[in-house]
Design a protein around this ligand. Sequence first.
Ligand code: FAD
Length: 308
Amino acid sequence: MSTAFDQLHIEHNAPISTWFHIGGGAQRLARPTMGEELRHCLELDDELRVLGEGANLLVDDDGITDLVVSLQQGAFTDCQIDEKTGLVHAGAGVALPGLINRCVRSGLGGLEKLAGIPATLGGAVIMNAGGAFGELSQFIVQVEAIDRAGRTHAYDRVSIDFGYRQSLLNHLIITGVVLQLEPGDPDEIARSRAECMKYKAQSQPLGDKSAGCVFKNPTLIEPIEDIAEAGQRVSAGMLIDRTGCKGLSVGGASVSQVHANFITTSADARASHVIELIEQVRHRVLDRFGVSLDTELVIWSKNKEPAS
Ligand SMILES: Cc1cc2nc3c(=O)[nH]c(=O)nc-3n(C[C@H](O)[C@H](O)[C@H](O)COP(=O)(O)OP(=O)(O)OC[C@H]3O[C@@H](n4cnc5c(N)ncnc54)[C@H](O)[C@@H]3O)c2cc1C
């Protein structure tokens, strides 16, 4: 008897597409189109890794042996928008920028504050993507997910411990999300989107190959004179800039001149260059300010930390 997942094709030695445009590939990559196929992927490898837009991801030069799964097709890209209530139900593979545009056209406000962030909805949930104007968790009503045993779950917003650039949901595979947006005037919402985009374009190297901010903004344990008191969150980019790292490079990877928390890559860059540069920047900030920076960037390597 043939089943839905008999159709599931596994690509071998497939490239992994990331916004850095570098790094190794996947020994096995699958593109399930529905929950049943995703469950079949879990039967093949319950440590599989989920690829979103690859906008916050560096893949080690040696590539990945775990099964890599992309959800950017089929039922995972379904999206229903209720213009009257402002409720949006979208699959994890839906591209955030496209969803923002649809919501703006439908006169639904809120999500436009995240304009300019490349992501799938699943990746944006996992990272609690956001910036100067807000973060995704503000709009979440419910997150739908599958655990590694293939069981389906739905979590209300209140039961999820969202924090700054984290959801603590990394052990799950996000399959969909329900958002509550605010019905309003499409022209006003479009203006708000334009302002967010303008701010981003002025402050970040959006034309270069990068993965956004490499480090999380740290909360200070000790005060730093002329910078901030203990307990305050400060800009990692500002600390990096003050150590004179702008322009620092290793091979084809450089600290951006526009925003010191961005590492940009040229065509000859290797993932090892980015990793080495991250370590150099981290050491300089630690030496100068005594602050240990945590990466926001997700790094996939064969010698892994568990699927992140
Ligand atoms: C130019 C540029 C600007 C950026 N600006 C911002 C910004 O302003 N604010 C911000 O927050 N980020 C920013 N980023 C980083 C990036 O856009 C976000 O982190 C985004 O949320 C990543 O989503 P993704 O789909 O690309 O995830 P990926 O990078 O593909 O994956 C990131 C992590 O999420 C996991 N993941 C992805 N999808 C799923 C899923 N369905 N289920 C379970 N796990 C999943 C992956 O396994 C991985 O661990 C920027 C990046 C770039 C390149």
